[in-house]
Design a protein around this ligand. Structure first.
Ligand code: IMP
Length: 429
């Protein structure tokens, strides 16, 4: 059984915890998109060890699981080496248990610089990126002539020549467009690449061939999506999106296996909504309720530490994400965060210009102005973080989940009541 875990909102839905949990029965865990902009926090045991992963698949924390960084990921060698080093200091060895696609692209210093310069130049109109160089790296991939791939680390002579040309081009571009006066040194960047090559070289593999072999052999593969469907470059809230296909649609291009290799697309959503960075957010509660959710749910970015914008659960956008991704079932996270709110609201529909919309709108200007029609449900007061069984939840909490299930039309098979993987109530239809 192969599963693909996909975020249905604007990222940070708690996919890392779900992947960590499902990793128990997986042979391989595969990241297929995004880069070090992602932040997966995996917590082991109540209030115990917490691991913040950016590039490594969450499967890396489990023995006997092969972790794969597939071709659709953009690899920041600096972050990856830091992450590997950090884990080894905590007794988790990364070596033969990690395979990196030679087809994946490399995030270089000039990508991060370009991201920063571009955001600074945009000022108030900025995208609110993580400044991890993600957009510029994917842009170079599409441009082709300036893209560098992980496989280039296996030919350092050739890499050096390409780097000199590219860095010269980037320096001229930064100076001309942004008035930048601090040119980057190709030699300095190259010496970093040499270090990456030493550590990562033995892990570079044709992961497409590997995945097809494993699929044929009936190995259990868990695909781990990064970010969420509403941040998808094509299907999200453009231009306030990331630069990859972070919905389930990114799986085939990003891993080199067809969608039919997946038996279950498992969507992950919070029991409310959050968003980091700029962009439309119809159910946002920029008020006491939003602040309550942020504080109770510790809604601050794993990668940038930025406070997340918080709001009510949105049936329209999550329903859309379910359609885009062909989502079979749902893991609903952070139900515990809602405890203490007198009323819970769920957005059932959007109205624009006096008319009801029947689909999630593509136009940014419409999305920025829609009015939400809410259904109000009863809240619950109890601390549910120690509840072990769905049936033992307070009635109002149970009713909230069952109502979402009814409205979304897919089974909610997992309900998160706290950050650790033990705090997940499993429901099987
Ligand atoms: P970028 O991916 O760094 O270019 O950022 C583009 C948008 O995606 C910004 O709004 C970011 O805040 C958002 N974003 C990127 N990665 C994540 C994530 O892992 N969680 C939540 N938001 C993200």
């Amino acid at each position: 059984m192969n599963t693909c875990v996909v975020g249905l909102q604007w990222g940070d839905e708690g996919k890392g915890k779900v992947v960590d949990l499902l990793g128990e029965t997986a042979d391989l865990v595969v990241r297929y998109g995004g880069g070090a902009n992602a932040g997966h926090t995996v917590v082991r045991g109540r209030g115990e060890k917490s691991f913040a992963l950016h590039l490594l698949p969450s499967g890396i924390l489990r023995k006997n699981v092969l972790s794969v960084i597939a071709n659709g990921v953009v690899v920041d060698g600096e972050t990856l080496l830091e992450e590997i080093e950090g884990l080894s200091q905590r007794g988790i060895v990364v070596g033969k248990n990690l395979r990196i696609s030679g087809r994946a692209h490399l995030v270089m210093d000039y990508h991060k610089k370009q991201d920063r310069l571009s955001e600074e130049a945009l000022g108030a109109g900025k995208l609110g990126t993580t400044v991890r160089g993600i957009g510029p790296c994917y842009a170079d991939k599409v441009t082709r002539t300036t893209g560098l791939r992980v496989e280039d680390l296996l030919d350092l002579g050739g890499l050096y020549e390409r780097l000199k040309q590219i860095v010269d081009l980037k320096n001229r571009y930064f100076a001309a467009i942004y008035g930048d006066k601090e040119p980057l040194e190709a030699d300095e960047i190259f010496s970093k690449c040499r270090r990456w090559a030493e550590v990562l070289g033995p892990m570079i593999t044709d992961t497409t061939a590997l995945l097809h072999r494993c699929w044929q052999e009936g190995k259990r593969i868990l695909f781990e999506g990064a970010q969420g469907t509403l941040l998808d470059l094509d299907h999200g809230t453009f231009p306030y999106v990331t630069s990859s296909n972070s919905s389930g649609a990114g799986l085939s291009a990003g891993a080199g296996v067809p969608a039919k290799a997946v038996d279950c697309f498992l969507g992950v959503a919070k029991a409310y909504s959050t968003r980091v960075g700029s962009g439309p957010f119809p159910t946002e509660q920029d008020n006491e309720t939003g602040r309550y959710i942020r504080d109770k749910g510790h809604e601050y970015g794993t990668t940038t530490g930025r406070p997340r914008r918080c709001g009510w659960f949105d049936m329209v956008s999550v329903g859309y994400s379910i359609k885009i991704g062909g989502i079979d079932e749902l893991a609903l996270q952070h139900l515990d965060t809602l405890s203490g709110l007198k009323e819970l609201k769920v957005c059932r529909g959007y109205r624009y210009d006096g008319k009801k919309l029947d689909f999630f709108p593509a136009e940014r200007r419409i999305l920025e102005q829609v009015e939400c029609a809410y259904e109000t449900l009863e809240g619950f007061e109890e601390d549910i973080s120690r509840v072990k069984d769905f049936a033992a939840l307070p009635e109002a909490a149970r009713k909230y989940v069952l109502r979402l299930e009814e409205l979304l039309g897919i089974p909610i098979t997992m309900v998160g009541v706290g950050p650790s993987r033990e705090q997940m109530l499993l429901r099987r239809p």
